[in-house]
Design a binder for this molecule. Structure first.
Ligand SMILES: [Zn+2]
Length: 174
């Protein structure tokens, strides 16, 4: 996780880059071709843009592109709206209704994960903000999952207590 100061530095660097002559800018881009959070975000965004265009023309092809290039992140969920996990995702089903409200299917790509979700139709004018917040949720969830994986290595399991002995055999109970 980058500190706010580092983030400021990155955006400052980008702003500075904008005022450089083209040749210098091109060189800077080539030099920075390492997998950093910034280039990863650019790859994610490029895939998202490409898939969004394709989805409008051919939903199956758009979903196939996403599933082939990134990890589908939604888990199966039974609810009032159709599930959008990889198994249930129906290319043709891009609209749904629940309790009189209209929903439209949308998706984001963040940290190499594809996340499909239903957005209330009335929020469509704010789709960009909704997407930004969904990208944030994907990142947050991945951080939570990573912390869970790290937990066993982080310390002693909570159940560790004094060894239990069987009073009849005198042997240790596993
Ligand atoms: Zn499902």
């Amino acid at each position: 996780m980058r500190s706010p100061a580092e983030r400021r530095n990155t955006s400052a660097a980008c702003e500075t880059l904008g005022s450089f002559p083209l040749a210098t800018r091109t060189k800077a881009v080539v030099l920075s071709r390492v997998v950093t959070p910034t280039t990863r975000a650019k790859t994610d965004r490029a895939l998202e843009d490409e898939a969004r265009v394709l989805l409008e023309q051919n939903a199956s092809a758009g979903i196939a592109l996403l599933a082939g290039r990134a990890i589908m992140f939604a888990r199966h969920e039974e609810g009032e709206l159709p599930c959008l996990c990889l198994n249930c995702l129906d290319p043709a089903l891009d609209r749904a209704e629940s309790r009189g409200l209209q929903f439209v299917r949308d998706f984001v790509v963040s940290r190499h994960r594809v996340f499909f979700y239903w957005v209330p139709a009335e929020l469509l004018p704010d789709a960009k903000q909704v997407r930004a917040s969904m990208r944030g949720r994907v990142k947050q969830r991945l951080d939570e999952l990573r912390r869970k994986i790290d937990e066993p290595r982080a310390g002693i399991p909570a159940r560790t207590g004094p060894p239990r002995i069987n009073p009849f055999t005198g042997k240790l109970i596993q």
